[in-house]
Design a protein around this ligand. Structure first.
Ligand code: TPP
Length: 674
């Protein structure tokens, strides 16, 4: 409705001048009647919706307040995002009724989290025996353009292979922004093409006809609620406005086309359907008038809301644990995390374990003490992962808790996000670092979720990811490191342990924590005994941002992380007590204080890493040291890293790219000579 007012085309109240207070607008005119009929059917206690920017009528039907619907596009305090996100990108936390998962600006990104919500329903219902989840369903809504996205196909595979309670609701206005539906789907009708898709009820109809829309949606919702598997309903609707505020439809829509769409306006049809058969003309007019009055009051209320406060803008990139700050919707509750507890004092006499064994033992313990933990990914279940880290866990904990997924990283991360929102602790494995690429959109949206919803929602997931060079093997696919991308992304903790004990503590910190975490498992540590250490105990938790001084020394600070720590240790051993070696252990956050204290003592700094030299994380450390410890430096801050060359296959080539012990030694010697 706000969009109509902004566009000066309000059906009921004539023309209103533009004020340009709404900076971004997407109208749902033409889509609204069918959405509201859908909303009326979503009355399950734990129904959840993955929706998109044209979905506000659905949200209004699910309980969105009018003043929030107005206040958020006006960018005022409160609402979906406290002025941080565009007002059409919405969310609806609702602890006792349907929720709308946080939307995102990326078309198609709503689908895999919706599938994840469906799996969350089945997990609570079947594995946790929570009867309140019985009959609840997940719904994903999207336009005809969105069915061309990876997310749509990934979620369709997840829902149909797992027989999930999920409804796909496709509102087809035959336009993307300007691109026609037959460019998105051959023949232009996704329902027709999916008619033979296994395990999917498909229905197709006219979203302007209230009776037909209602009948199709009732049938599909009953099918999904009844435990019969997923369904897809495809409805044709007109787009009665331009795509968005700035779009004027010139060049791609003839006026005859716009007029023909206008003649399909579903609202007059709804009136024709209801009056006089179900209500009198006078009752309809009275309803219109009362809604218009209510809307006007809400608009005034929204306009009088405070502007958002710039002083709060840094809050909620990460969890704010202050007791007075409300808990977000998502993740383990504070009470659950407190009950799990933990200690940062390691048991010194634990059994000596290799890196992979230590991770497995930590996963096993957390699966035992926390029923909200699930572990999944490609080949993670029956095989135990291609690195065998989860070997035996499915046998011990069953298929609901440790499971294989379809081959879609977007699907793995998108589903993890919704599981976390649903209160679970998902531990997702990406088979190799490089194969996180297809999940980039979901990873980025997960990282910003708490901030962009102003702490209404959060998705603290743990993503385990082997990467880096292997034992005498490398290649551009299985040996990528590239950790800096996650340090650069918002809202992520990034762990890069160099040994089994740190891996235990950091993984447990992540699994009992409130922030999403990338957990790197270095391939050479998985394949060799290099990272072996004593098991530090079942409750050992190592806080993020706490570096370890591996060797104390007086003349040069050597900073590293991951497997390079072992090469640095060997190199440093030939310098006696001249070298102070710091293992960062985590790069987001990183222990600035430890590095700066060391450099102010030694006056020299060399950073060694496996990721690219250019804009690698070493550049961040070097910049910080140059700025914060400049007056203490006796030599330029140096970095040793691969010279922006992908990891090669042949061992000779790999050795030529990676920093090795002689190279580290000679760089230290050179620095000491300055
Ligand atoms: C991943 C991604 N690519 C491109 C865009 C830009 N974009 C925004 S809406 C849109 C068209 C979407 O069309 P459709 O799914 O049919 O939904 P409709 O707007 O018609 O309701 C495009 C290309 C985007 N937001 N996200």
């Amino acid at each position: 409705m706000l969009d109509e007012i902004e566009e000066g085309t309000n059906r009921n109240r004539g023309s209103v001048p533009r004020e340009h207070q709404v900076l971004y607008q997407f109208s749902a005119r033409g889509h609204e009647t069918a959405q509201i009929i859908l909303g009326e059917l979503l009355n399950g206690r734990h129904d959840g919706v993955g929706a998109y920017y044209r979905s506000r009528p659905l949200l209004l039907a699910l309980g969105l307040r009018y003043d929030d619907a107005f206040g958020s596009p006006l960018g005022r305090a409160g609402g979906f995002s406290d002025g941080r996100d565009i007002g059409v990108v919405c969310n609806l936390p609702n602890r006792d009724g349907p929720i709308v998962l946080p939307m995102a600006g990326d078309v198609g990104s709503q689908y895999t989290p919706a599938a994840g919500w469906a799996q969350t329903i089945t997990y609570h219902r079947d594995a946790l025996n929570d009867a309140s989840y019985a009959g609840s369903i997940a719904v994903a809504t999207g336009g005809d353009g969105s069915v061309a996205t990876n997310g749509f196909w990934s979620s369709l595979t997840i829902a149909t292979t797992l027989n999930l309670p999920m409804l796909f609701y496709i509102e087809d206005n035959d336009l993307g922004i300007s691109v026609r539906g037959d460019m998105q789907t051959p023949g232009g009708n996704i329902a027709r093409n999916l008619a033979s898709f296994t395990n999917l009820l498909v229905r197709d109809g006219n979203g302007c006809d209230p009776h037909e829309t209602s009948a199709l949606l009732q049938e599909a919702v009953a099918h999904v609620r009844g435990g019969n598997g997923p369904a897809l309903v495809h409805l044709t609707v007109p787009r009665l406005s331009s795509h968005s505020g700035p779009d004027n439809q010139k060049g791609y829509r003839a006026s005859s086309d716009i007029e023909s769409d206008a003649s399909r306006d579903p609202l007059p049809r709804l009136r024709e359907y209801l009056v006089p058969a179900h209500m009198s003309d006078a009752a309809w007019s009275a309803l219109e008038a009362s809604v218009a009055a209510e809307v006007q009051v809400a608009l005034e209320a929204a306009r009088s809301r405070a502007m958002p406060d710039p002083a709060t803008i840094a809050q909620f990139v990460f969890a704010d644990e202050a007791p007075e700050v409300a808990e977000a919707f998502g993740g383990l509750t504070r009470a659950e995390r407190a009950a799990l507890g933990g200690t940062d004092v390691a048991n010194e006499d634990g059994e000596l374990l290799r890196f992979a064994e230590a991770i497995r033992r930590t996963l096993r313990h957390e699966l035992t003490v926390n029923p909200k933990v699930v572990v999944f990914g490609e080949d993670v279940g029956r095989k135990g992962g291609v690195h065998l880290v989860s070997e035996g866990l499915q046998k011990q904990f069953g298929n609901a808790r440790v499971f294989d997924t379809s081959l879609s990283e977007e699907g793995i991360i998108g589903r993890a996000v919704a599981m976390a929102i649903g209160g679970m602790m998902p531990v997702a494995e990406i088979q190799f670092r490089k194969y996180a690429d297809p999940a980039t959109e979901q990873l980025n949206n997960c990282g910003t979720m708490r901030w962009r919803t102003a702490n209404r929602f959060a998705a603290p997931i743990v993503v385990r990811m082997p990467g880096g060079f292997g034992k005498d093997v490398g290649d551009p696919w299985h040996s990528v490191s590239d950790e800096v991308r996650f340090a650069h992304a918002y809202g992520w903790q990034v762990a890069m342990p160099s040994n089994a004990a740190d891996a235990v503590g950091l993984l447990r910190a992540a699994m009992r924590g409130a922030n999403p975490t990338i957990f790197f498992e270095h391939r050479s540590l998985l394949m060799t005994g290099d990272g072996s250490a004593r098991y530090p105990g079942d409750d050992y938790v190592l806080p993020f941002g706490r570096a370890r001084i591996v060797l104390s020394g007086a003349d040069v600070t050597l900073v590293s992380w991951g497997a390079m720590v072992h090469r640095c240790t060997e190199a440093a051993s030939s310098f006696g007590r001249q070298v102070e070696l710091i293992d960062l252990r985590t790069i987001a956050p990183w222990d600035r204080a430890c590095v700066l204290t060391s450099v102010t003592k030694t006056g020299r700094c060399l950073i060694v890493h496996e990721d690219n030299l250019t804009a690698g994380f070493g550049a961040e450390i070097a910049g910080t040291v140059a700025q914060e410890a400049f007056w203490y430096l006796d030599a330029p801050v140096e970095r040793l890293a691969p010279r922006d060359i992908p990891m090669p296959y042949h061992p000779h080539l790999l050795a030529a790219v990676l920093p090795d012990v002689p190279e580290i030694v000679s760089r230290i010697e050179a620095i000491l000579r300055v």
